[in-house]
Ligand binder design. Sequence first.
Ligand SMILES: NC(=O)C1=CN([C@@H]2O[C@H](COP(=O)(O)OP(=O)(O)OC[C@H]3O[C@@H](n4cnc5c(N)ncnc54)[C@H](O)[C@@H]3O)[C@@H](O)[C@H]2O)C=CC1
Ligand SMILES: O=C(CO)COP(=O)(O)O
Length: 341
Amino acid sequence: MTQQPEVAAVLGGGSFGTAMATILAQNGHTVRLWVRDPETAAAINNDHENPRYLPGTELPEGVQASEDLIECLSGASMVFMAVPSKAFMEVLTQARDHVPEGTLVISCTKGIYADGFLLMSQLLVREWPHTRVGVLSGPNLAREIVERKFTGTVIASADADLCKRIQQALSCDYFRVYDSPDMFGVELGGALKNIYAIATGMAAAVGVGDNTRGLLITRSLAEMSRFAARMGGSPMTFLGLAGVGDLIVTCSSSLSRNYQVGYLIGQGHTVEQAVAQLGQTAEGVNTIRLVAERAREQDIYMPLASGLYEILFDGKPLPQVIARLMQGEHNHDVEFTMGSA
Ligand SMILES: NC(=O)C1=CN([C@@H]2O[C@H](COP(=O)(O)OP(=O)(O)OC[C@H]3O[C@@H](n4cnc5c(N)ncnc54)[C@H](O)[C@@H]3O)[C@@H](O)[C@H]2O)C=CC1
Ligand SMILES: O=C(CO)COP(=O)(O)O
């Protein structure tokens, strides 16, 4: 797609921020990638590599990195937020005075902010009400994007012009961008699927069969949809790329960091050991805690999230939780067709 070149700031020089910066630069836009340390900035600018997060991948020369947040934001018409959810609020506070009115701000972060149980777009709307907010989510493993594997994503916002500009800015021969007006549903799907990627990683580590994987992924979708409906969202959005699409890829790929954390826990590591060994972001650990607590408070039936909470945070043995899940009360397959949701 051709269009006017944009000036884009990408905040967060981990794997996903680097992948977004790569597409934007390849598409001819001016890109400034904000990283935290000068060594990473130098490696990206001089060696065209992000050695910690995407080693071995050559980045386009157009990806210019800096540890200076204000310099990165200067003149930017669009800002992509790609820091982990635990850092999101801090970065919003740091950057607040340097993002002019009307800037497009797109959250790529798939997590939940604990204080108030807010999605990142809800934080953005609250903290930066002068900006135009959207969410990018879908089955988007960063490593595969930089390897130019065919990928689809969703830009979600009620602001149709924003969606169009982001489609134009990011689309290319290997990256296809669909739009959705349901920002809440798209973002919730991206956050929730991380829970179930931990579950399937764990299941893989203990050697379950393919039938079991099919069971687990499908019941994960049922549980996510039930939660979304109770949060006031539309479970229909979960039929799209940011729901089923991302659930399938994250629950089946050993490239997923959430899957990897689950795998390590399934092998007998504690959650702390698994996170330390990973050394990258696995949002699902925190999301399990927040979602299981919310489900308990609001009496939402979420046996998988609750079982994971017990394994990760209460030290319950995995076989005990699996046995309870298999012996639970008999239930409907697709509950939305039963009028019970
Ligand atoms: N990696 C992937 O394939 C995808 C990741 N995402 C989402 O993108 C978000 C970021 O994930 P990744 O890039 O994968 O993480 P990562 O672990 O690869 O990198 C995290 C980056 O954030 C930076 N960071 C951490 N704390 C910070 C702070 N307080 N201030 C400034 N920068 C800080 C780190 O220095 C690092 O550059 C997550 O919410 C993740 O769910 C979304 C789609 C795909
Ligand atoms: O969100 C992702 C793919 O769409 C990346 O998943 P992980 O954070 O588990 O690596």
